[in-house]
Design a protein around this ligand. Sequence first.
Ligand code: BGC
Length: 516
Amino acid sequence: MSVSFAKLSFLVLALMFLVVDRPSSCLELIDDKFVYRNFQDHKRDTFLHNRFKKGFAWGVATSAYQIEGGWNEDGKGPSIWDTCSHQGGHVFMNHTGDVACDSYHKIAEDVAILKDLGVTYYRFSVSWSRLLPDGTLNHPVNKHGLAYYHKLIDALINANIEPVVTLFHFDLPQALQDIGGFENRQTVQHFLYFADFCFREFGQKVKYWVTINEPYVYVLFGHEYGLIAPNLKLPSQRSFNIAHNLILAHARAWKRYHERYGQEQQGLVGMAFSTIWAEPMTQKAADLEAANLFMQMTVGWFARPHYHSDYPDEMKEYIEKHTDIKLPEFSPQEKEQILTRSCDFYGLNHYMTVMVKERGNEMPGQMFDPETVRSEIDRNWIVKEGYYTIVPWGIRKALNWIHKHFHGPAIIVTENGMPHVGYDVNLEDQDRVEYMTAYINEVMKAQLLDGVDVRGYFAWSLMDNFEWTHGYMMRFGLHYVNFTDPARPRMARASAKAYTEIIQDNGFPSKVREDL
Ligand code: BGC
């Protein structure tokens, strides 16, 4: 039986064409109420004036392939994204990350704009194949790559900016893909060596580690739908095996850190999970169940093993009942020895809310589509570029869901942001200012009103960059980057200035309510 499971790829493809963008300036603050077009829940949407708790981490995020360039410089080995973009046919206008924002040569410029922003955290990723050209320690480490990251980290620390380092953000060394990528357990082992190497090399200076970025997207979009590197279209069963190995890869790295380095280095090791919020269409039990199933099969799939040592029961039942997939199992030793509480913080990447209901007899939905669930984007919502919904309360609900299901863990919003499409300079991104204001306000409500242990917010992204299959056409930057100018100048948008103010205020303090 062929399996119709988690077809989120359609969400990207189909909705790109189906959903027409609506005007963006529908999100405003009037009389202390968010007036989001079509959101009329005043209690839920009333703006909160207050400050985040002391010590809240303010940051921005990027990733290596999206900004560095220098794709074959100084001994860097190729990654699957070099292969994908050079092959042609996968990326808008065949753009590549060969130069990108040229951050490989622009440490000073990048740190300068970070300083101007006023952030105290910067999440970036190291390129595995820049450090270990074939992904392994069987060959010499690339000294130039090592020097680059040391220099970047030192420059950040000198600027009082805490580095938050992602070890693997989609750009697997091509040499490891050649042996089967994460489908091959040897890659898990090489990831462990790589992680160990980074902890040893940089751990005196780096206190926050994200092992793997969005395994859900990497597995499904890269291995089943063929949309992103390594552009494979494997049967679902193999996706589940790869996912399983990624979960173990994180857990092993986490354990290694705490066994060998944690005591001395006193850092935290987490993972960044793509976290869509699934809002039940109605309060009917069947819809509540469908929404829960959606969350379990997207978020729970990758996160639950690190908090409860196994896959979600709902997911296991669903897969057994509706598919011919054999969900891999964790051995008792794996459960006990490496999975238990193997995440020091939940990294929440959030870009989207969907409405979910029980499918009943309807035609299959366009998106996440197990047999019993139908999800869709409410046609009244603002949707940016066909995929990124503007539903600020969705992030608060997602935060609460994580809090409830995973023992109230420490959470860092490791990515949140919204795109524009086009090459125009457009520095007046008022819609992004409104977006950030609203989303950050909802994060603050989760912290102050709901008691969620959310410790930081990192905006995606510091600057426009290589947006995977959309190339340079899709822009998330708080800074505009001119990609036709060899100097790749960065220019602050209005959203950068607005973010700086929010950071300086540690929230939205005017008219702080004493009663909170
Ligand atoms: C990824 C980023 C990406 C962002 C915006 C996340 O899925 O981690 O690399 O640029 O979404 O699409």
